[in-house]
Structures are given as structure tokens and as C-alpha cells.
Design a binder for this molecule. Structure first.
Ligand SMILES: O=c1ccn([C@@H]2O[C@H](COP(=O)(O)OP(=O)(O)O[C@H]3O[C@H](CO)[C@H](O)[C@H](O)[C@H]3O)[C@@H](O)[C@H]2O)c(=O)[nH]1
Length: 331
């Protein structure tokens, strides 16, 4: 079986491609390399270019007519950048996704697995959320994900595509074989900041200490990226059972079901490293929310998927990835 992984040189897409390879599914990668890394495509079928480039997508399908399914992870994902450049974000994430769907349809492909984000939930009070929880995207970036989900559902309802949107909670860790991982050198997300603060001997700022959570810090659902990748493999394998004429579009949360506050994440980090991480209380980030974690059993029911890795294993994996990343990616 062959799948097209759009954005397959990025963090999630490259890990999904690795998991596919390990499961006997051949990934064909399309990536513009705007944020993705060529190194993550080594030894894989790779086409450099844009998902909106019709001639490129036509070429991919003519050279790989046996592609059955598309995993669409191609997107810009930086929240503050999306606030500074909403036009660029809507163009890249929504406009180009629409073009991409047109190209897929022209090439007879109607199976789409879409990378969505659990940050589209309202998540104001730190409660668990299932797939029916109210949405309330807080930034242009997250709104692009919500718009894509809506757009794809409309197209699916017209019988022109079948779409499974996977709403990721907060991915951590790397491919256990260390082929790929987070490409950013200075990530701004919580675990990334913890690792850089720990390396530099600086205090980690706990941004927001007055949220309605058990200890006042923000709550999230940290899920190992290798578990996420396994969920994609299950989605690819079960696609035709899940997405039918009667149910042409659906959404599934991908999280562990365990909420972890920032202070709990710090404590887990300390269990993994030798010297404890210093922390300092800080103001909340602009537009930040208390957060959420997944509820319900839809992923298990529909995909037969449950996450296997613990929080500590995810932290350990992220730490192990740093020297590999520095060696593999020189900038
Ligand atoms: O230096 C930091 C960084 C973060 N946090 C806190 O850690 C929690 C998690 O923050 P992250 O930035 O790691 O995660 P978010 O869920 O806020 O957002 C990230 O994960 C989302 C996935 O759901 C989207 O991908 C989004 O683009 C990305 O920024 C929040 O309470 C935040 O306030 C700190 O205390 N200190």
C-alpha cells in the first residue's frame, strides 16, 4: 500500500512516514521545505514543492498510481506568526488545502486523513473534551484548522471526498529509531523550553499560575508523537470501514486522556533528568487558555488505538533527540 504524506518532511509528517515504512506502507512525501527538512526525506520517495501545485500533484500520481490515501500534515503552525500574518496563514493553510483537494479529486483520490489540532476546542476551564465539545479557536492559526475541517466536511457531504480529521493534543518525543523528530532548534512549547532552560541552567517560566486547574498552571494532554504516528497507520488501514457514503467525514481526538499541568510536567521532567529544573512563576502568555485533555473512547473504538508511551518516556525521547538533531541538522 502507498500513501501520500503532504508535509512529510515536518515533525509529525516525517514521523508518520517512518511509522508507515515500519508497517509496510510506502510513504510518498510532498513537502515545500518551507519549514520541513530535506534530511527527514532521505531514502524516501520525495517531491519538493507545494500542495497547491497542480502539475506537481499530477506528476506524483502519474508516477505512483497506486497511492490510495493522503495524509495531509502540510501547514504553517506558529501561533504568534499567524497573528502577525493572518493572510499568509489563511493562504498557506486554507487556500492551498482547497487547491490540494481539487488536485486530489482530479487524480481520483478521495481518502484524506487531515492533521487537525485539539487547540480548536474552547478549553477555557481545564476540563476534558470529547469530539462534541464546543469549539473556540483562539488564534488565526487554529482558526485555519477549524476552517479546513469545515471546508472538508462540506466537500465530503457533497460526496466528493472522504475525510478523517485527527485532532492532536500536544505531541512530544521523537521516532524511537531517531530517524526524525522536532526540527526546531529553539522551540517555544513547554517541554522544548524546559529542555533549553535545563541545558542553560536558567529558570523555566511557568506562564500562568492562576488558571482554574488543580495547581493554577495550564493543563494539556501530552501525547508521544510515535503514538500519534501509530494512530495514522490505523486510520489508513481502517479508512474504508470508517469513512463511508453514510459517514463521509468524521473527527477523532488523539490524546492520552490524562491532563498534565505545567507544574506536573516539571515534576515529570525532574524524574527523568539528574538535576532538577528551576522554575519561576510568570505572567500568562497573551491569548493563552487553561487548556484541556481528551475524554471519551472514540479513538479506541474507531481506530483500535490507545497510546502506549508514558509521559516520562515522551520526555526522555525528546531529550534523547536533541544530540541526534544537532548532528543531523546543522542549523
Ligand atoms: O515557557 C513556557 C511555555 C509554555 N508554558 C505553558 O505550558 C502549557 C503548554 O504550552 P505549549 O506552548 O507547550 O502548548 P499549547 O497547547 O499552548 O500550544 C501548542 O500546542 C498546540 C497543540 O494543541 C498547538 O500546536 C500550538 O500551535 C502550540 O503552540 C501552557 O499552559 C503554557 O502556558 C509555560 O509555562 N512556559
Amino acid at each position: 500500500m502507498k500513501v501520500l504524506v503532504a508535509g512529510g518532511a515536518g515533525y509529525i509528517g516525517s514521523t508518520v512516514a517512518s511509522a508507515c515504512l515500519d508497517e509496510g506502507i510506502t510513504p510518498v512525501v510532498v513537502d515545500s521545505l518551507v519549514t520541513g527538512r530535506r534530511e527527514f526525506t532521505d531514502g524516501r520517495d520525495f517531491y519538493e514543492g507545494d500542495i497547491s501545485d497542480g502539475a506537481l500533484i499530477d506528476r506524483v500520481f502519474s508516477e505512483h498510481p497506486d497511492i490510495t490515501t493522503v495524509v495531509h500534515c502540510a501547514a504553517l503552525i506558529v501561533v504568534p506568526d499567524s497573528t502577525a500574518d493572518p493572510i499568509g496563514y489563511y493562504e498557506a493553510n486554507v487556500g492551498k488545502s482547497l487547491d490540494f483537494l481539487r488536485h486530489l479529486r482530479r487524480n481520483g483520490c478521495d481518502r484524506l486523513v487531515f492533521s487537525s489540532s485539539a487547540s480548536i476546542y474552547r478549553s477555557e476551564d481545564g476540563s476534558p473534551v470529547d469530539e462534541d465539545a464546543p469549539l473556540g479557536p483562539q488564534s488565526p492559526y487554529v482558526r485555519t484548522k477549524a476552517h479546513c475541517e469545515g471546508m472538508f466536511a462540506d466537500i465530503a457531504a457533497a460526496g466528493q471526498m472522504r475525510v478523517l480529521s485527527l485532532r492532536y493534543f500536544n505531541p512530544i518525543g521523537a521516532d524511537p529509531k531517531m530517524r526524525t523528530g522536532l526540527q526546531l532548534k529553539r522551540p517555544s512549547h513547554a517541554l522544548g523550553k524546559m529542555i533549553s532552560c535545563h541545558q542553560e541552567g536558567a529558570a523555566f517560566p511557568v506562564t500562568g499560575t492562576d488558571y482554574p486547574t488543580r495547581d493554577g498552571s495550564g493543563i494539556r494532554d501530552y501525547v508521544h508523537v510515535w503514538d500519534l504516528a501509530a494512530a495514522h497507520v490505523a486510520a489508513i488501514r481502517r479508512f474504508d470501514t470508517l469513512l463511508t457514503e453514510d459517514t463521509p467525514a468524521t473527527v477523532i481526538n488523539l490524546g492520552t486522556g490524562s491532563g498534565t499541568t505545567v507544574r506536573e510536567l516539571c515534576a515529570a521532567f525532574d524524574r527523568v533528568v539528574d538535576t532538577p529544573l528551576a522554575t519561576v512563576d510568570a505572567d500568562p502568555r497573551p491569548g493563552d487558555v487553561a487548556g484541556a485533555y481528551t475524554a471519551g473512547d472514540r479513538a479506541e473504538r474507531l481506530l483500535g488505538w490507545t497510546p502506549r508511551f508514558s509521559l516520562e518516556e515522551g520526555i526522555r525521547s525528546s531529550l534523547d533527540w536533541i544530540p541526534v538533531r544537532d548532528d543531523m541538522l546543522r542549523d
